[in-house]
Design a protein around this ligand. Structure first.
Ligand code: FMN
Length: 377
């Protein structure tokens, strides 16, 4: 049904316009309490076996919405209604910015992929903090039912040398509203951003964000994660893993989009890919490398740090594979565009079935089992 709808309506529209249209519908539905309850009952049934504890937080399940879909924290309840167990908003930058010129989002339907060079279009951390505070005030205690991750990045016009102060500003404004905080140093669409993944740059950045979060929020410890690119060389993945352990980071998110184009070519002609130009590739072609990076991280850090697997997850099998590789949480974005509103439901049901058929009593027991097996062999 959604496939037909996608082919007839969304596929014929500009991808960014289709995104805004779908986004508006989701927000509108979530604003009507009766409709929200009904849609959630159909699309987001909860499976007890999938209950997950991660980052010191209790969640309904391990599957969340990756950053970039709800950049300004305006559809958290809508996305929860559709079945995402956590919603990572952002990337938010200290200053509001329009992002790159349009056209900046492209579909590669045959490859079940997207290319984007959005460039952190967002309302800025002051406005997003106000929105998160207003949501909390409106919902009261109920807000705690949804886990909200806040992903922060560097403002484009801020020079690399002043990046730390820019992230600290966003941390000061947003940490109080974040169930967990993510330092994004891996988007390919902000010039120089990915240089911050080098440990000499990353160490002071993460230390400063940690300090700012602790200084701003004294009632609890806000979990801090870093999100990395799939294009890092293996030794750089190891270096980030070691740094994360050294700094007592809570988690690593692997991975962001890739600048590589190797996984493509199912049917999208090479010249179409070339015509799209620069940007981050996401979806199915990213699957293999994201899984590889995740397994490598788990082999290095084991259970000392929470790993979040993202990149090319389309099915329950993909999510289960990430969990066995070492992910406590998994996220998705691109497949939601192609699969539609029943996606989370299918994924949850499939995950619960796989867990029931597995030798593991709980999801937590399954985390990293495959990577541990490989290491022991
Ligand atoms: C249109 C688009 C915008 C994105 N924006 C962000 C962003 O602002 N911050 C971020 O950390 N990741 C962003 N991402 C990356 C996703 O969070 C995710 O890491 C990546 O798409 C891989 O997952 P997927 O294959 O399930 O899409 C974006 C992805 C897409 C497709």
């Amino acid at each position: 049904m959604y496939r037909l709808f996608f082919d007839l309506i969304f596929k014929r529209m500009d991808p960014e316009k289709a995104h805004h249209l779908a986004f508006a519908w989701i927000r509108a539905a979530a604003r009507v309490p009766v409709l929200r309850t009904f849609v959630a009952a159909v699309l987001a049934p909860r499976h007890k076996a999938l209950r997950t504890e991660a980052l010191g937080l209790r969640m309904h399940g391990p599957f969340g919405l990756a950053a970039g879909f709800d950049k300004n924290a305006s559809a958290i309840d809508g996305m929860t209604m559709l079945g995402f167990d956590h919603v990572e908003i952002g990337t938010v930058t200290a200053q509001p910015q329009p992002g790159n010129p349009k056209k900046r989002l492209f579909r590669l339907v045959a490859d079940r992929a997207l290319v984007n060079r959005m460039g952190f279009n967002n309302d800025g951390s002051e406005a997003v903090a106000a929105r998160l505070a207003a949501r909390k005030a409106a919902l009261g205690e109920k807000h705690s039912r949804t886990t909200v991750g806040v992903n922060i990045g560097k403002t484009k016009i801020v020079p690399e040398a002043e990046a730390v102060a820019d992230y600290v500003t966003s941390t000061e404004r947003l940490a109080a509203h974040a169930d967990y905080l993510v330092v994004n140093v891996s988007s390919p669409n902000t010039p120089g951003l990915r240089n911050l993944q080098a440990t000499e740059a990353l160490r002071p950045l993460l230390a400063a964000v940690r300090e700012a979060a602790d200084r701003t929020v004294t009632s609890r410890r806000v979990p801090l994660l870093v999100k990395i690119a799939p294009d890092l060389a293996d030794e750089d993945v190891d270096a980030v893993a070691d740094l994360a352990v050294e700094l007592g980071l809570d988690g690593i998110i692997a991975t962001n989009t890739t600048i590589a184009r190797d996984g493509l070519g199912l049917t999208t002609p090479k010249r179409t890919v070339e015509a799209i130009g620069a940007g981050g590739l996401s979806g199915a072609p990213l699957k293999a490398r994201s899984l590889e990076v995740l397994s490598r991280l788990y082999a290095r850090v084991g259970d000392r740090i929470t790993l979040v697997g993202v990149g090319g997850i389309e099915t329950a099998d993909d999510a289960w594979e990430r969990i066995l590789a070492g992910a406590t949480l998994v996220q998705g974005y691109s497949a939601f565009i192609y699969e539609g509103p029943f996606w989370c439901r299918k994924l949850h049901r499939g995950l619960a079935e796989r867990l029931a058929a597995s030798p593991y009593a709980t999801l937590a027991d399954a985390v990293g089992a495959e990577t541990r097996k490989k290491a022991a062999a």
